[in-house]
Design a protein around this ligand. Sequence first.
Ligand code: ADP
Ligand code: MG
Ligand code: MG
Length: 372
Amino acid sequence: GCIPSDQSLTGLLDELSTSTMGPALPLLMQRTLAREITLEEVVGAGRYGSVHRGKWREDHVAVKIFSANDERSWFREIEIYQTVCLRHENLLGYIAADNMDASTYTQLWLVTEYHENGSLYDYLMTHTITIPTLIKMMLSIASGLCHLHMPIDSTNGKVALAHRDLKTKNILVKKDLSCCIADLGLAVKEVRCKPKSRKDLLLANASDQEHVVIDIQANNRVGTIRYMAPEVLDGTLNDRNFESFKAADIYALGLVYWEILRRCQISSTENDAEKYQVPYEDVSQGNPNADQMRDIVCVKKHRPPISERWTTHPIVRPLVQLCEELWIEDPTCRLNSLNIKKQLKKQLELLENDLSYINIESQQQSTQNNGP
Ligand code: ADP
Ligand code: MG
Ligand code: MG
């Protein structure tokens, strides 16, 4: 369990992703590391307790502290982070878990990499961004979601997961302004059971080689009401097909992209970014309940408004069309994360080939943090 005194955090984590050690450090090492952390400051509060910035040796870490009553949420989130082959630059990096017994209470810790820019929500509230950053953020979130969603078939293959609470508060902004997806506590895994006998095969759907189930008894209406897909709101999500959970994530991704688009400066001469809004703020302020949201999204079929300044720009217009393909009512018609990634890569190439942007970009850098 000892960690050499000259061992750095990045060294420790780099080893993890390249070695055959598995998805996480050995448990004893996790505990040893956690107990060397000093907590410095509260950086976030969520549904289950608080998130602190902590220090381990020379590095900052984030410590999410659950109360003993929330042991099940703590355990579930750790279980998800320890999924084989989950590590990815656009998913929050798991470091350690520990249950600490003080004399009168138990604290449950979840230690992850720390990102000083905080959540995408906090970032967009206080900053406007440029077009290259817009695409960088969109592509990085799509890459994280794609890694989460895709099963990888190899010896130690990765299962498919769906997030179920995707929103700007659950996405973190890294130093280079690319993003990573966090708060995996509500995620579900796809578990494929190979039919064991001929009888199982006959019982299964004739076209099915495998029987697909979800790893936990899932309550289908979880997540954040404002970001719930129409099929979640009206209870028509088909929970026998794992693709349904992915499609609900894609809907939420569309809303996230819209939030980012609003904060992007498109004009080369002035900062024309709109002020930050949560999705559907134009029709519902405060904390709408699920019935009110269902009325807006399923009955009135309202969707986030598209600003004219977005659609007149050659690079941005396709990104707006992309959003509209993510929040389509029929979940089977939404793009999947792989296609989203491909489209965004294409836009990034177009942007990189268009040298005229380099000038605009450098002009924008100087005005960046002074948005409305
Ligand atoms: P909850 O499950 O309670 O919503 P989250 O994991 O979403 O908890 O964290 C709550 C908030 O704490 C986030 O919205 C973010 O502002 C902040 N936060 C969480 N993890 C980190 C981190 N690794 N680095 C920086 N800030 C973080
Ligand atoms: Mg959260
Ligand atoms: Mg959570």
